[in-house]
Design a protein around this ligand. Structure first.
Ligand SMILES: O=P(O)(O)OC[C@H]1O[C@@H](O)[C@H](O)[C@@H](O)[C@@H]1O
Length: 262
């Protein structure tokens, strides 16, 4: 079955296009006019627009062709950051994924009434040389009628030999002036400060605000975190499910980065 199989039924609001580099992109739309664009390069969400057509994700103008693009939502797998032997954030974000036209069913009714696409990544011989584990990584990207965006990841161990991995949705939200932004939900959490050799600190203040560059990994983060942008009068609510964390970092973390020149 080819890509056309992914275009039927509930996925009628899906369009497949190509980027300037001839790499396929899947565009999801909802009836209210919101959209999300997912590249088969890295399975990366490269655009998410609300019903007014406003872009909600940041993309660096310094993005380099064929490199992992700084922007959108990078899928980091099988390694987050440089905590392992692989390239920074693992190889998945630099691979060409395929459209999965026949994914195994999901247990929840999470997808009802949403426009969605399933992508699949399997290791090639080169990947197996540097990370010798047989896996299938399935990513479902969903756009709800409310305009909410959801990502569901499933990692299957194909041959049953145990392996461990970490993964992350490295999300670049578009915000106004950083001095207008506040993050709620991380109060009193511990974090590793990447600007201080990953030294561990405890967050002291109330909501987090920004005065200078920040590059931190917050540990054991709650299921809901809010990013409030006062200037744009917009709040992003980031919700996670299914990553139970019982104080065992780094299984559920939030990486907050505010760089000066991106
Ligand atoms: O430039 P990359 O490899 O996409 O990484 C983006 C960011 O990834 C984060 O995890 C790091 O904490 C940042 O320091 C880094 O800038």
């Amino acid at each position: 079955m080819g890509h056309s199989a992914a275009l039927c039924d509930h996925r009628a609001a899906i369009e497949i296009t190509k980027d300037w580099n001839s790499i396929e992109q899947v565009v999801l739309r909802n009836p209210q006019g919101a959209s999300a664009r997912v590249s088969l390069h890295g399975g990366q969400v490269v655009s998410w627009r609300n019903e007014q057509g406003k872009e909600l994700l940041f993309t660096s103008s310094k993005a380099k062709p064929s490199k992992a693009m700084r922007g959108g939502i990078n899928i980091c797998f099988p390694q987050f950051g440089n905590c392992g032997s692989l390239e920074q954030h693992g190889f998945a974000r630099n691979k060409i994924w395929t459209v999965d036209s026949n994914p195994p069913p999901l247990q929840s009714n999470e997808s009802q009434g949403k426009s969605f696409i399933d992508l699949l990544l399997k290791p090639n011989e080169e990947d197996l040389k540097c990370w010798p584990h047989s896996f299938e990584f399935r990513l479902r990207v969903l756009l709800a009628t409310t305009g909410d965006l959801a990502l569901i990841s499933r990692v299957r161990n194909v041959n049953g030999k145990p392996f461990s991995f970490s993964f992350a949705y490295h999300t670049y939200l578009s915000v106004s002036d950083i001095s207008e932004v506040r993050i709620e939900g991380l109060e009193t959490l511990d974090y590793l400060d990447n600007l201080c050799n990953r030294e561990r600190f405890t967050e002291q203040g109330d909501a987090i605000t920004f005065e200078s560059e920040v590059d931190r990994v917050y540990l054991s983060c709650p299921n809901i975190v809010a990013v409030l942008d006062h200037e744009r009068k917009r709040t992003f609510v980031i919700r996670k499910e299914g990553l139970p964390d019982v104080g065992k970092p780094p299984f559920a973390f939030l990486n907050i980065i505010v760089h000066k020149a991106y």
